[in-house]
Design a binder for this molecule. Sequence first.
Ligand SMILES: [Zn+2]
Length: 123
Amino acid sequence: MSPSPKSDVEPVEIRAPEGARMMEVDWSDGTTSLLPHRILRGFCPCALCQGHHGPIAWVGGDGLSDEALGLKGIELSGQYAVLLRWADGHATGIYRFAFLRTLGELYGQADDAIRAAAFSHDH
Ligand SMILES: [Zn+2]
């Protein structure tokens, strides 16, 4: 749905205050991505959420409890990704930086468009 993001851009700062439902990422190119937790969780790229085939698609974020949308921790995973630890214990989603940038482009889009989005695992 958008040109592939540059892979050499890195996060300078990731903000996810406790209790907030939005993560903010400042990138080394001076841009900022706004990432509502509902979108992050809705596109959790892990095999548990996505299955093993096909693109990364919306897996919901609506039926989830408020706790499931709370972020408990963010850890670097390798050099190009972060692992998100959710308050309900789900901690298998590894988000590549390029994927976070792509997800950031969904911010402010209509719900229909968000639900219809799909992303290649190459991100
Ligand atoms: Zn998952």
